[in-house]
Design a protein around this ligand. Structure first.
Ligand code: SF4
Length: 342
């Protein structure tokens, strides 16, 4: 759905240095604090310049979408709310492993069958789960890579489910044989499965994820449902049109709003196009990998998102991320003070 802005700058081919910045500044002057301004441009320099400008001025890029006249950015006049709606640490992400049976073109953590497993040790996961409730964790997400490549995925899921409702993110292609037996052992009231489905028909999904993967995902969805699991569907899209088509498809399939996730490709990992995201753009969601604690799952393979190598005690790791977030907000506000553009 198109995000409505209070001031819409007409679509242009100009970039920042050929006048778009002046238009944006003028639009922000007409816009109340916290209000939204939209700019659309087909010029190639805008994405990078706008992100840099937003960081320096303390304004916030809320969304970017591909439109007829180029890319449309919606910018909030002012910073993102300092206090996130969801307390930092309430959602805990665990990267069980980084290898994957697929090699998707846009994978934000560069997973594929060829990458090193970098498994999160089962004992460590059990220790994390044992400390999670006291540390304020309300939901756990097991992701990868493909978590079902691990023979002990049932033990990981059972340990996490003992601490909080747990969702496993999967491509759904591996629910046969021993993995089906592992699924059988997971508690249905505490474990949900989030399966990736990128398009209403096989073409786009298979182009990005590999031949036959759309059909396999649907087989996985049916198997999981038959076994009594709550199944959420997650799509990664590039344009507003794809978002609309998937929304209509999920409606037709009877997928509840809370069981669908449609998000944009992040310009991280293997992606060559998408939304550029830095720590400044994201409220942290504690993400544990074999290498340490990261700012957010979308950058869990990138050094700039690594916050600390110390995972335990979990409460201290969460506090470290929380303090880093507060310090970075203060820094951004200070920069906004000395670098006014509007
Ligand atoms: S996007 Fe998911 S399924 Fe695709 S390679 Fe990455 S981890 Fe594997």
């Amino acid at each position: 759905m198109k995000l409505v802005a209070s001031v819409e700058v007409p679509a242009t081919a100009r970039g920042f240095e050929s006048g778009l910045l002046l238009d944006l500044v003028a639009a922000l002057r007409q816009c109340p604090e916290g209000g939204l301004v939209a700019v659309t441009s087909s010029h190639t320099d805008v994405a990078e310049n706008l992100a840099r400008w937003a960081r320096f001025t303390g304004n916030t890029i809320v969304r970017s979408t591909t439109e007829e006249g180029g890319t449309r950015w919606v910018v909030r006049n002012g910073p993102a709310p300092v206090e996130p709606a969801r307390p930092i640490g309430s959602r805990l992400w665990l990267y069980s492993n980084f290898d994957c049976n697929l090699a998707c073109a846009y994978c934000c953590v560069r997973s594929s069958p060829k990458v090193e497993r970098r498994a999160l040790d089962l004992t460590l996961v059990q220790q994390i789960a044992g400390q999670a409730r006291e540390a304020g964790v309300e939901a756990v997400y097991i992701t990868g890579g493909e978590p079902f490549l691990r023979a002990d995925i049932d033990q990981l899921a059972i340990a996490c489910a003992g601490a909080a409702p747990t969702t496993i993110l999967t491509n759904g292609a591996l629910f046969g044989g021993k993995r089906r037996e592992a699924l059988e052992r997971m508690p249905r009231d505490r474990v949900a499965l989030q399966i990736s489905l990128d398009s209403p028909t096989p073409d786009r999904h298979n182009l990005l994820r590999g031949a036959g993967t759309w059909e396999k995902a649907w087989t996985g969805i049916r198997v999981a449902r038959e076994m009594g699991f709550r199944v959420r569907l997650a799509a990664t899209v590039t344009t507003s049109r794809e978002e609309e088509l998937l929304g209509a498809y999920f409606d037709a399939e009877g997928i509840d709003a809370e069981d669908r996730v449609i998000r944009r490709i992040a310009l991280r990992g293997l992606a060559t196009d998408g939304i550029a995201l830095s720590r400044a753009d994201l409220v942290p969601e504690i993400t544990v990998t074999a290498r340490g604690v990261y700012w957010h799952p979308v950058g869990a393979d990138d050094d700039d998102f690594l916050v600390t190598k110390d995972v335990l005690p979990l409460a201290r790791a969460i506090d470290t991320v929380r303090r880093a977030y507060q310090a970075e907000r203060v820094h951004a506000d200070a920069l906004a003070e000395v670098f006014h553009c509007a």
